[in-house]
Write a protein that binds this ligand. Sequence first.
Ligand SMILES: Nc1nc2c(ncn2[C@@H]2O[C@H](COP(=O)(O)OP(=O)(O)O)[C@@H](O)[C@H]2O)c(=O)[nH]1
Ligand SMILES: [Mg+2]
Length: 296
Amino acid sequence: MNQVFPTPENGVAPRISIVVPARNEARNLEIVLPMLPAVHEVILVDGNSVDDTVATAQRVMPDIRVVHQTRKGKGNALACGFEAATGDIIVMFDADGSADPAEIPRFVEALTSGADVAKGSRFVHGGGSEDITHFRALGNWGLNALTNVLLGTKYTDLCYGYNAFWKRIVPSLELLPSDLAPRADGQMHNGDGFEIETILNCRIAALGYDIVEVPSVEKLRIHGVSNLNAISDGFRVLRVILEERRRRPSAAARLRRSIREAAVTAAEATNEPAPVFAVVDGARLDARLGARQDVA
Ligand SMILES: Nc1nc2c(ncn2[C@@H]2O[C@H](COP(=O)(O)OP(=O)(O)O)[C@@H](O)[C@H]2O)c(=O)[nH]1
Ligand SMILES: [Mg+2]
């Protein structure tokens, strides 16, 4: 696909991969896919749909890449899509018509302006939702507040699916690999379900990435009904928050260790004393603090 959008000022347009998880979304994809801007690639991650999801997607967008998820759940679908993506920027994009394609430039601009992650939010000025129920809004608010208290984050919308980030951060997120076997009892692994957004948000904060919240208006799903169960999926999110809080110190320690190693390697290469900073993947990393800063 020839990407015609966007062209940042430095003239080098990052390649954009739009990852679309879809489970029985044929009627929505027919409307949504033609509205997407031309980008490097659109990846449909099919969740064993029993309708014409794949055939419809290929009909309305012949060069779409189709990936079949390896287990069950939206989390597994996204992890498979992230692994398959070949662009510089990944945009997570729901298939049900709730995500507005016109907002994609806003997400991309936040990234090209220096953020590592552009996180959509329905609850900042300029954002909103036509789709969320009062009950879900309340649950999201409570889980969001708990995360902010326990993990020291400043999120306004923990469980939102419209986000974008640089592909280079994917390995550091340590998501469940696509080739992990499904659980023997038929249940989903922790991380394979709707708790994925919470896992992403907890980890990007723990790793010290630069996060910018982007106002986003969630539209009504066009056809069909949500796959989410507010109560059982709410408990999955709660469990993740508590687990990620326990995991946080070790994630930060791992990042600091890899930065220190990079700093020592850089010192050996130049025969200079170990620098405090190392430049890895275009980011200036502080070996003492684990802080990171993008450099030109
Ligand atoms: N591949 C795949 N996609 C899924 C799965 N569950 C949900 N999705 C997709 O994820 C997106 C969001 O799901 P949705 O049911 O609308 O949940 P809600 O937006 O939280 O109400 C939609 O595009 C769904 O088709 C799944 O198990 N596999
Ligand atoms: Mg939806």
